[in-house]
Each structure stands twice: as structure tokens, then as C-alpha cells.
Design a binder for this molecule. Structure first.
Ligand code: SGN
Ligand code: CA
Length: 536
């Protein structure tokens, strides 16, 4: 199947290019498609107007869907940063590639799709956030942020040592990317470009032009902001990511430490998120944020839990969405460059995030759970002449599928031990070839920050079955059609016992197919205890 589909794509492409001249890019005719992989960090689909217009307008990101395809049912296999990136690069689930959480190092003996593309003649480059603790393999050039990186005046690791650039991280990652495209791209080769934003990761620091705008805005409240978690198992209630209880007033909401002290609020002390700013950046910031602190000081004595929750939610949205405004602008800069150079015609462009995020749904920020807002991830793809512009695709696809997709797009046979499916048939509108009826998920990082318990599960379009384990043994079942907000766990509801059985059978089947098991999970726990990464 792979070869024939690929053959179709390439023949279609060659036919097209032989009759349609691209004035500025002669080389594109004879070459394999370029791949531009754009990924942001923690970008919720709820904060992309192609999905949902109520929070922010993102015209540049939306353009990818307008000219291509919007996936409405794209999910991750493990909703946390570095593991998601490892799945993307290897095309293998976390339990196979070994990068099960943010703590463990990435095993560089894994074969990644960029290594394969480079070997097959692609020029490869990576700019932005990787978060692996080691440098990426298979890249002709990389400039990556160490760990989480900084919003202001960030340092980058490169193969020639570190370099610090003054300015705002999202603009800088784009400058580095455009510089590579302009100065060092080899027109005789197709390219793979991984353009990876740090934004909108916590602690949310927008650029000056955006915090001035976004701190003036108010946003609609999500329906489940005041969720009490009573209708689910223990995990939802014990997670530490509630905006009222766990969002930090100074670190997250940027209330001045002296105001917090004066009000005698017991706020968690984290590092100063503004410490990398230079004096002029700090002065510009203070001019906008000091009055917000002052306002908070005056209003706090009048607030109750519910008004404080709403205040924190609004502050959260202002800064989180402010960082996304810069991502959108900069995606526009890159797309415009590709257009101007005549490169768009032969370039496969993907926009996604390493996972989804809670924007107040269930009262939460952060991710990690298999519940929809963090299980899902945005996915927009354009590939002129192959994808019909403005198409929406609701099949269940995963970040696990990217590696095989890119390899098929570039005409390379994927290694047989990769575990995803190429999205090329869906992209070509050949839905009949696509027969996946369930997707698998497994999250491991517990005990850890935000206290989301270990769990695995499967989702079909109709239901979701989740098993929380390690220090609990609890099952949850959601009816995704009747209860899209996932408020009612119907696992013990007599009316759903047949569904429970079917979903359990399906789960066993899928775990076998992907070679996951309880032994593997408990093996990791022992390993982690031995390494001192988790305490008894
Ligand atoms: C940091 C954040 C967490 C976040 C993790 C993982 N805390 O530790 O809120 O869940 O990253 O995020 S912070 O105090 O450092 O901001 S991930 O996207 O890298 O997986
Ligand atoms: Ca992330």
C-alpha cells in the first residue's frame, strides 16, 4: 500500500509541476517535497481560531488549514513534552523508545526520521525547543534552547557552542530559521526544517507588543471552570493543577512579591520568571504589570474563592494567549517567506503542538491527563496540489504517525518497527484505506509536579476507557458523544457494562499490538526508584 500511495503522490506531483511553472524556484520541479514541521509547546487547540474563535484570532496558523487540512481528532500518546517529541522523532510509543517522561534521558541509539531523511539526501535543520537533555541526531544544523529555554534573551546550544541572543524568543527562533533558509539552504537538496517554539509554555511571558494588548482583554469562562471532580475517580481531584489552588500568584499571575507579602498570602515560591530581562525590558514590563499588582492589592480583600478563581483565570489567559499572538505572527513570517521564494508549492507544512493544554476546563492549567483538552493536540497540514484546500478530517490520528508520514511524503520506506500509520491516505482523501478504530495512551510521570497519576487507556470515537494505576487501581469510562466535557465516569453504570467489556477487550488487543504491558510499567518504576528519580 505504501509504495502505491506514494507513487500516486509523486506521479501527481510530477504531472502537476511539468505543466505549471513556478517562476522563482526552478529547483523544486525535480526535487522531493520539502518538509516544514512547526511545533509549539503546550498550544491548546482551543487557542487556534481554525478550531475555536472564542479566545484568540490566529490568522496565520489558520492559513495552513485554509490552504490544507484541519485534523479535529489528533491526539498524543503521552501528554508531556520530551516524551511527545521522542514519539514524533522515532514513530514509536514511549514504552518502546524509552523516553517515558521528562526526567529520563533520551536514548540516542533510537533511529529517528530526521536521520533517515538526511541519509536519503535531505538537508536538515532544527531551531527552537527540543527538551531532550542531549543534542538531536541527524541534523546538518541545529540551534536549540537548553531545557525549557527562556522567553527573554535566550541562550541556544549549537554544535559550535552556546550563543545568547538579545530579544524575544519567538521572534529569535524565527530569525534563526529564516537566516538558515536565506543563507545556508542548499537549493540542490530538499530540506527538512523543524521550527519549534518554546511558547506558550509556562511561565507565560508575552512580548511587549502583545502584553500591552492582551492585558486589556477579558475572556469567556469555560463551562467547567468550577469543576468539583466529584463524578470521577481520585486522580482528577488529587491533581495539582487547579487555577485557584495551584496557580502561583507571583510566578504565574505576575503579582509582585511585596504585594503578596503585604496581603499575607501563602504563595508558593518559584524562581523569578523575569530574571533574564535586561533593564529596559524590565522597565517596559513593570510599566504594564505594576498597575495590575496594585489593582490586585486593592481588590483582594473583597474577593472570595470564586472571584479569585476568575481573576486568576483572566490573568492566565492574558499572558498565555499573548505568547500565542507572537507564535501566530512568526508563523506568518515563515509562510510568507516560503511563498515569496516560490517554495510553498513543493513544501509539506505541518503545524502542531507537543500536546494540548487546559485553558480553565475542569478548573485546570497544564496537561498530562488523557481527558480531551490535553489528549488532543492541534494538527494542521498543507501540501499544495495534494490536499484539497479547506478540508476537515475527523479520523483518529496521533503524533505517533508523523514519522511515517514524513518518510512516505519524501519517498522513503519507513522502518518496519515504527508503530504509527502514514497520514498520506487521509491527506489524499482516500479514507477507505484508513481503518484505525482506537488510539492508545500511556502517561508515566508520577509522583511529580502537578501530581497526575499514572494511567493508560484507549479512545474510540464513541468512548474512552482509562486505567489509573501505581498508587490506585481505578477505571473510568466516558461516553464521548453524550458527555464531551468528560464530567461523568460511567464505568460502574449498569447501562454501560457491555461497552466496558468491549473497551477492555479492545484495550488488551491494542496493548498487545503496541507491545505494552504491566511488566514494562512496573519495570520502569523499579528503575526510577533505583536511580532516585522517584521516592518510595
Ligand atoms: C515545568 C512547569 C510545569 C510543566 C512542566 C512540563 N513548571 O516543570 O508546569 O508541567 O514544565 O512541561 S515550571 O514551574 O517550570 O513552569 S513540558 O511541556 O515541558 O512537559
Ligand atoms: Ca509541552
Amino acid at each position: 500500500m505504501k509504495i502505491s500511495v506514494l507513487g500516486f503522490v509523486l506521479i501527481g506531483y510530477l504531472l502537476f509541476t511539468s505543466c505549471e511553472e513556478s517562476p522563482k524556484n526552478e529547483d523544486s520541479k525535480s526535487q522531493k517535497p520539502n518538509i516544514v514541521f512547526i511545533m509549539s509547546d503546550d498550544h491548546a487547540y482551543q487557542a487556534i481560531s481554525a478550531y475555536d474563535e472564542k479566545l484568540i484570532h490566529t490568522p496565520n496558523i489558520d492559513r495552513i488549514a485554509k490552504e490544507g487540512m484541519l485534523f479535529t481528532n489528533a491526539t498524543v500518546t503521552n501528554s508531556i513534552c520530551a516524551p511527545s517529541r521522542a514519539v514524533i522523532l522515532t514513530g514509536k510509543h514511549s514504552h518502546i523508545n524509552g523516553k517515558i517522561d521528562n526526567l529520563s534521558p533520551f536514548d540516542t541509539t533510537n533511529i529517528t526520521f530526521p536521520q533517515i531523511l538526511k541519509q536519503s539526501g535531505y538537508q536538515t535543520a532544527m531551531f527552537g525547543k527540543l527538551h531532550f537533555g542531549n543534542n538531536p541526531k541527524g541534523f546538518d544544523e541545529f540551534k536549540i534552547l537548553p531545557g525549557q529555554g527562556d522567553y527573554y534573551n535566550p541562550t541556544f546550544n549549537t554544535s559550535k557552542g552556546d550563543t545568547t541572543v538579545i530579544g524575544y524568543v519567538t521572534d529569535i527562533i524565527t530569525d534563526l530559521t529564516l537566516d538558515w533558509l536565506k543563507e545556508r539552504r542548499n537549493p540542490d537538496k530538499p530540506f527538512l526544517l523543524m521550527y519549534l517554539h518554546k511558547a506558550p509554555h509556562r511561565s507565560w511571558l508575552p512580548a511587549e507588543r502583545h502584553y500591552k494588548e492582551f492585558t486589556q482583554k477579558t475572556f469567556p469562562l469555560p463551562k467547567t471552570l468550577f469543576d468539583t471532580y466529584k463524578t470521577r475517580g481520585e486522580a482528577a481531584g488529587t491533581a495539582e493543577m487547579n487555577i485557584l489552588k495551584h496557580m502561583v500568584l507571583n510566578y504565574d499571575n505576575k503579582v509582585l512579591p511585596e504585594v503578596i507579602e503585604e496581603l499575607q498570602i501563602d504563595d508558593r515560591k518559584l524562581f523569578d520568571p523575569l530574571e533574564k530581562m535586561n533593564p529596559s525590558q524590565k522597565a517596559a514590563w513593570d510599566a504594564v504589570y505594576d498597575p495590575i499588582s496594585e489593582d490586585f492589592k486593592n481588590n483582594y480583600p473583597l474577593m472570595n474563592d470564586s472571584t479569585l478563581m476568575i481573576w486568576k483565570y483572566q490573568r492566565y489567559m492574558q499572558d498565555y494567549l499573548g505568547t500565542i499572538a507572537a507564535v501566530d505572527e512568526n508563523v506568518g513570517r515563515l509562510l510568507n517567506y516560503l511563498d515569496d521564494q516560490g517554495l510553498s508549492e513543493n513544501t509539506f507544512v505541518v503545524y502542531t503542538s507537543d500536546q494540548g493544554f487546559y485553558l480553565g476546563e475542569h478548573g485546570w492549567f497544564d496537561k498530562r491527563f488523557m481527558y480531551d483538552e490535553s489528549f488532543k493536540t492541534p494538527l494542521l497540514i498543507k501540501w499544495p496540489n495534494v490536499i484539497t484546500p479547506g478540508t476537515t478530517e475527523d479520523e483518529m490520528v496521533q503524533n505517533l504517525d508523523f514519522a511515517q508520514t514524513f518518510l512516505e511524503v519524501s519517498g522513503v520506506i519507513a522502518p518496519s518497527d515504527m508503530q504509527g500509520e502514514s497520514l498520506v491516505p487521509l491527506i489524499q482523501g482516500q479514507k477507505e484505506i484508513w481503518n484505525r478504530d482506537a488510539v492508545y495512551y500511556h502517561y508515566y510521570e508520577y509522583p511529580a509536579e502537578h501530581a497526575v497519576k499514572r494511567h493508560y487507556g484507549i479512545a474510540t470515537k464513541a468512548h474512552k476507557l482509562i486505567h489509573f494505576y501505581y498508587d490506585v487501581d481505578e477505571w473510568e469510562l466516558y461516553d464521548r458523544k453524550k458527555d464531551p466535557m468528560e464530567i461523568n465516569n460511567v464505568y460502574n453504570n449498569p447501562a454501560y457494562q457491555q461497552v466496558v467489556q468491549q473497551m477492555k477487550n479492545k484495550l488488551t488487543e491494542v496493548r498487545k499490538k503496541y507491545k505494552d504491558s504491566d511488566e514494562l510499567s512496573s519495570g520502569y518504576i523499579e528503575l526510577y526508584k533505583n536511580k532516585g528519580w522517584i521516592k518510595e
